[in-house]
Design a protein around this ligand. Structure first.
Ligand code: BGC
Length: 825
């Protein structure tokens, strides 16, 4: 994981950029369209061919692997270009929720929250913000969007992707790519393919059948290719025995031959495993360095194990995309300036649109007058984003407490209680012999500070030691308790993937924790801190059973003395790490139980990455799912809580009731894998398809989300048009407020296909805003692809003909209208 960054300015919709964005769908001639998409059968155009003829082997190879950027702005990758021939360098930056460089950028809400809006047009505008900012910040290629499906609730990157449903994911990825590339930034759809978990991601071998692959995981990637994505990132994992980055089935047979992709394929970071096998299978670029595609590739060409045409093919794909984007002839529009206000406006709109109200009893929300107790650590620590490569340095981020206080105005008193301590409290000086100040030590550059003493505890208790320190993990102070090191350096990328926000203290110091049970009595404690070149600030803190009880008691008191409670609960997800339970971490469930017992007018706001079990659900008044809502998340949360806007989000994944009832529960071969292999034995039954097939009740179903008003669906009609179904119905706002609804259309099995089909699958949806009492007729198109299954004999899609049931509902389990239609060829 290298970081580089750069800065320039973003594009407006001009010439080539417009052609690129619209080529996939507009009225181009087949050849022009194939060329615009960089398809291999169309060649890459004369300019690229002339360049290839003039490039030396070394120059060609330099275009096929990452290098160190001399003018880095902290972006993830860099390709130096060939100055002699006017080929400019490429700068490649993450990521899915905004441009990740070492400068400020618009931190958009996590993609899962964007998806919750069920609104491809919003995804396009989200992409436009990132596209413009990427160009403004000196980037040429964006390492996003991620479209891997949500298959397991444990996966660490569920917040970075869209959904468990392939149709929704496809719609959103296509629209976002059009938005990004319309601004002149090359998009990279990732991680191709089946990177559906972080655990063992570098080695796990996903065993999946052809039909499941095409019907479920690959649809989003295919949609990205159809939308003209310039690049594809190969995944870390293996697929059916072969690493994704050297997998011919994926890289050539499907991507190139079936889908006609003509852009380039890069590896995920350090995901290359070979030279000859990889380039032969269809890999074009190794990132971020040249371990396999540097001198090793040159030698392979020289000794004849790789024909130079393979190198030319890869170079042609890279240069072909650069040419499409006007990077070779200078026709690329000048980089614009950032537009932080416009970015912030979209970030706010997305966070409001995706806010998903899961429960609202006894009129708990919207908040009316009366004092409010804000409780929970994420009330004052804004959960802007998850951890890993999707993390963005936000332009700003208010705390929810401040946003609620501002919105409540002078009419209501807002108090705050921590409830759950994340960063620890000072260790009482009296328990340390000799005494030392655990509140903070500043070790000067070149100095060493050591402590050898004892810690005495009056009662046996669970202790979480928390160290806060400046500088790199390698110079973290060494702390030994009874001779055991409390914060050893994690191997490999372990330090990088420690977690997201809770690994940084509010003042920016890095944080590590170690929990152990301490027996009553005296324990030896020794600390050794090095000032290093820049000096080091550190503090050692603790959270104990006793401090936890005190925090809880204060929260209960605050809850009791207010009319309303807004309790912020978090889960800190990151790339590189799966969670091991869907329960909230730490003591939060206990906190929610205690607070809701003290005040039933309690709303739990979830800043979590994915689904959460809620044993406390019935005790709450309301539950609002905000995921990681980006830099404007606090304002959006306050707006929804006070009813300034309708919570317009719907779940894009089923929420299981607990760790034992979900699609990958109870079978380690399914998840997390056994002996390095994992079987996708649920087949096409991913997400709600599994709950329906097994008759299991989720805690909250796919598509669920409440409004502050109510909607009814009336007068269904359905027509088969050979291109798909046109499903018509009237949506009626039956309540007394304006509101937003997302009616969904589901389609049942085809009686003519002798296949294990989904009980029902999402066929389409429509996000719609209606005034109180308003009725509107909508038509939802269910395309023929969604009515088709993958035929493994013909390796092609086959239309599911015959009489098919069509449902219109408010979630996959709230199906209100039912009709049927004859589908024929
Ligand atoms: C992630 C990619 C990311 C890359 C560059 C990898 O660890 O899996 O999604 O684009 O790093 O930061």
């Amino acid at each position: 994981m290298t970081d580089t960054v750069s800065r320039r300015s973003a594009l407006t919709l001009l010439g080539v950029a417009i052609a690129v964005a619209t080529a996939a769908t507009s009225g181009f001639t087949p050849t022009a369209r194939a060329y615009a998409q960089g398809r291999p059968d169309a060649g890459a155009g004369p300019r690229v061919e002339r360049l290839i003829a003039r490039l030396t082997l070394d120059e060609k190879i330099s275009l096929l692997h990452g290098a160190t950027d001399p003018d880095s702005l902290g972006q993830a990758g860099y390709i130096p270009g060939v100055k002699r021939l006017g080929v400019p360098p490429l700068r490649l930056a993450d990521g899915p929720a905004g441009v990740r460089v070492t400068r400020h950028a618009t931190a958009l809400p996590a993609p899962v929250l964007l998806a919750a809006a069920f609104d491809p047009d919003l995804a396009r505008r989200y992409g436009q913000v990132i596209g413009r900012e990427g160009r403004a910040l000196g980037q040429d290629v964006l390492l996003s969007p991620m479209v891997n499906l949500i298959r397991t609730p444990y996966a660490g990157r569920n917040f970075e992707t869209f959904s468990e449903d392939p149709l929704l994911a496809s719609d959103l990825v296509a629209a976002e790519i059009e938005g990004i590339q319309g601004e002149g930034l090359v998009a990279t759809v990732k991680h191709y393919a089946l990177n559906n978990q972080e655990r063992d991601r570098n080695s796990i071998d996903v065993r999946v059948d052809e039909r499941t692959m095409h019907e479920i995981e690959l649809r989003g990637f295919e949609a990205a290719v159809a939308a003209g994505t310039g690049a594809v990132m190969g995944a870390y994992n293996k697929v059916n025995g072969t690493f994704a980055c050297e997998n011919k089935t994926l890289l050539t047979d499907i991507l190139r031959e079936q889908w006609g992709f003509g852009g380039w394929v890069m590896t995920d970071w350090f995901a290359a495993h070979s030279t000859v096998a990889a380039i032969t299978a269809g890999l074009d670029m190794e990132m971020p360095d040249g371990t396999y595609f540097g001198t090793a590739l040159k030698s392979a060409v020289q000794n004849g194990s790789v024909p130079e045409q393979f190198v030319d093919r890869a170079v042609r794909r890279v240069l072909g995309v650069m040419d499409r984007f006007g990077l070779l002839d200078g026709s690329v529009p000048a980089r614009p300036d950032r537009d932080p206000e416009a970015g912030a406006a979209v970030a706010l709109e997305v966070a409001r649109a995706g806010a998903t109200l899961l429960r609202n009893e006894r009129g708990t929300l919207p908040l009316t007058g009366g004092d409010i107790a804000v409780i929970g650590p994420s009330g004052t620590l804004p959960f802007v984003s998850g951890g890993g490569s999707a993390h963005v340095i936000p332009d700003h981020a208010d705390t929810p407490l401040d946003a609620i206080t501002a919105r409540a105005g002078s009419g209501a008193k807002v108090t705050y209680a921590l409830g759950e301590d994340l960063f620890g409290k000072e260790i009482p000086a009296a328990s340390l012999t000799p005494a030392f100040d655990s509140a903070g030590h500043d070790v000067g550059a070149g100095q060493t500070w050591t402590y050898d003493g004892t810690l005495t505890v009056a009662e046996a208790d669970e202790w979480t030691f928390v160290i806060h320190y400046s500088g790199a993990p390698t110079i973290r102070p060494k702390v030994l308790l009874d001779g055991v090191e409390l914060f050893p350096l994690a191997p490999g990328y372990g330090e990088y993937f420690m977690g997201g926000l809770v690994t940084t203290a509010p003042d920016g110091l890095a944080v590590r924790r170690a929990t152990l049970t301490l027996a009553k009595g005296t324990h030896t404690l020794s600390i050794s801190a090095q000032g290093g070149d820049a000096g080091q600030l550190f503090r050692l803190r603790r959270i104990t059973g006793a401090t936890r009880a005190q925090d809880l008691a204060e929260a209960v008191t605050a809850a009791r003395s207010a009319r309303h409670v807004v309790l912020f609960a978090y889960e800190d997800a990151t790339e590189g790490l799966d969670r091991t339970t869907i329960a909230l971490p730490g003591n939060q469930s206990r906190l929610i139980e205690a607070v809701t017992a003290a005040n039933p007018r309690s709303t739990v706001v979830l800043n979590t990455s994915s689904s959460t079990s809620m044993p406390w659900l019935e005790l709450t008044g309301a539950v609002l799912q905000m995921y990681y809502p980006g830099q404007e998340g606090a304002a959006a949360t306050a707006a929804v809580l006070f009813g300034d806007c309708d919570p317009g989000g719907r779940l894009t994944q089923s929420f299981p009731s607990d760790d034992d009832h979900h699609p990958v529960a109870g079978d380690p071969r399914r998840y997390p894998g056994v002996d390095g292999t994992e079987e996708y034995s649920e087949g096409i039954h991913v997400g709600y398809r599994w709950y329906d097939a097994e008759g299991v009740r989720p805690l909250f179903p796919f598509g669920h989300g409440l409004s502050y008003t109510s909607f009814a669906y009336e007068n269904p009609s359905v027509r088969w048009t050979r291109r798909g179904l046109d499903v018509g119905f009237t949506v009626h706002n039956t309540g007394r407020r304006a509101g937003v609804d997302v009616p969904q259309v589901y389609v049942g099995r085809s009686p003519d296909l002798r296949l294990d089909q989904a009980v029902r699958a999402l066929g389409g949806y429509r996000r719609i805003a209606l005034r109180a009492g308003e009725r509107r007729r909508v038509t939802v198109r269910v395309d023929a692809r969604t009515l088709s299954s993958w035929d493994v004999k013909r390796h092609a899609w086959v239309l599911g003909t015959g009489r098919r049931t069509v449902w219109i509902g408010a979630s996959s389990r709230d199906l209100r209208l039912r009709t049927s239609v004859e589908v024929s060829r």
